[in-house]
Design a protein around this ligand. Structure first.
Ligand code: C2E
Ligand code: MN
Ligand code: MN
Length: 428
């Protein structure tokens, strides 16, 4: 299985430009032989390295790095299965960032995007973590501790054996639900770019009945099979509508964990309807995830190995949000409407949103604000740095269709708010 690993460390010695270059070439052959890819960034004090390759090779390489006395303060930022490598053109080349440190954070990121051949907006968490490093996050506010790694590496609690692939669902499980389930589609919008980044499929009955009503008609022992199998209908619908964005589906974690071959089933449905696996996102709620954490983790490893994405839904509504995030990082985090509603007038909500944005930025997680109903909420969230929104302000869920987003009136609101701010400025 291929994995991607990113760590940050503090260099015990200040290296010269020549030494950094020499580092890159010294391990080139070793990496090439073992098909290890990635890159290393150095800012004069800190390293950030992306490593990609076979699981066993990457783990033993990382163990060696952890016991290498040249590295202090090693922090593991990501270690996840991947379907294919992203950084193969870099062949673990070493890059010196020092010349760009005098630039502003945005100019520096633009410079490195050009150098690395990356787009400024990245869909992959790994690239977004690189962005956070380039923009100056991941430097410690405290001085280096006199700490030598004893091989294990602090923070590495996520190493584990690859989940053995579960049996492929071969039709032994009855194909429940495909016929009776319908879906309402609700856009998730990037308002600065003026585009729909994804569409969430919300379960409905044939007459538009709510998810609760539909699920209540399903016998308890068939619930998880139904929940999984009805998603074939959501994938078929998205494919039939020719959507060119991500499709988000909601699943109970037990629908993933309790159905043998659940991940394979989703992959098969993507193949069947020619929907790219990379454009399927599975949303689970934090509360449910935490109660089935072990099974959930191995299901997520399988999902990621196929290229599917994972979102934590309703963040802030459950009970264990932060402890879940400490051990598991999704691609997307959806802030629950209970945090969003009235955010423009609530100090505690604003403080919570600001800190969620900061930790998501540092960990390459995309933030989505759910349940945005008013212009004021949207404008406050946008000025705080949220870029993706879902809510009645942009579009209500459309039964078996993607409803239109009123872009021109949104643009007018955006412009009016900016003008207001600019005219108010001199008075402050
Ligand atoms: P969710 O995944 O958080 O979905 C968002 C819910 O918020 C949807 O309700 C949507 O209609 C509603 N919503 C969207 N924008 C706004 C807004 O601006 N204001 C307000 N007040 N509400 C808004 P819906 O469709 O009734 O779904 C409720 C929940 O049912 C979903 O919450 C999800 O947890 C669950 N659900 C939906 N489909 C499925 C499914 O296929 N499987 C499972 N297991 N659960 C599902
Ligand atoms: Mn959802
Ligand atoms: Mn939600």
């Amino acid at each position: 299985m291929l994995v991607q690993l990113i760590y940050r460390s503090r260099s015990r010695f200040t290296l010269t430009y020549q030494e950094i270059q020499a580092l890159g070439s010294s391990w080139a052959e070793w990496n090439q032989e073992r098909r290890v890819y990635g890159m290393l960034l150095y800012d004069g004090e800190y390293f950030m390295q992306v490593l990609e390759g076979e699981e066993a090779t990457i783990d033993s390489l990382y163990a060696r790095i952890c016991s290498d006395v040249r590295h202090a303060d090693i922090v593991l930022l990501l270690r996840d299965p991947i379907p294919h490598t992203h950084f193969d053109q870099w062949r673990v080349g070493a890059l010196d960032m020092r010349d760009s440190l005098s630039l502003s954070s945005s100019a520096r990121w633009a410079h490195w995007c050009a150098t690395l051949g990356m787009q400024s907006h990245q869909e992959h968490r790994a690239a977004r973590i690189v962005e956070a490093f380039v923009r100056g996050r991941w430097r410690d506010p405290v001085p280096a501790v006199a700490w030598f790694s004893e091989g294990g590496g602090r923070g590495d609690r996520r190493r584990g054996r690859a989940a053995t692939s579960a049996a492929v669902s071969d039709g032994a499980v009855p194909m429940l639900g495909e016929g009776m389930a319908r879906f309402a589609l609700q856009p998730i919008v990037h308002t600065r770019d003026g585009r729909i980044t994804s569409v969430e499929a919300l379960l409905r009955g044939p007459q538009g009945e709510s998810p609760q009503t539909v699920l209540a008609t399903v016998p308890a022992e068939q619930m998880h099979a139904f929940d999984l199998h009805c998603k074939a209908g959501a994938i078929a619908l998205a494919a039939a509508l020719g959507l060119d964005c991500t499709l988000s589906i909601n699943l109970l974690p037990m629908s993933l964990v309790g159905n043998p071959g659940a991940v394979d089933f989703l992959v098969q449905q993507c193949q069947r309807y020619r929907w790219p696996v990379e454009r399927l996102m599975v949303e689970v709620t934090e509360e449910e995830a935490i109660t089935h954490i072990d099974g959930f983790r191995s299901a997520v490893r399988q999902l990621r190995a196929t290229g599917m994405q994972v979102a934590i839904d309703d963040f802030g509504a459950g009970h264990a949000g932060l402890s879940l995030l400490a051990d598991f990082q999704p691609d997307t985090l959806k802030l629950d409407k209970c945090i969003i509603q009235g955010v423009h007038t609530s100090g505690p909500r604003q403080a919570i949103v600001r800190s969620v944005i900061e930790f998501c930025f540092c960990l390459g997680i995309t933030v989505v604000a759910e349940g945005v109903e008013t212009e004021e909420e949207w404008q406050w969230l946008q000025s705080a740095g949220v870029r993706r929104f879902q809510g009645y302000l942009f579009a209500r869920p459309g039964f078996q269709c993607v409803p239109p987003v009123p872009w021109s009136s949104l643009l007018a609101i955006d412009k009016a708010t900016h003008t207001q701010r600019q005219t108010r400025l001199p008075m402050v």
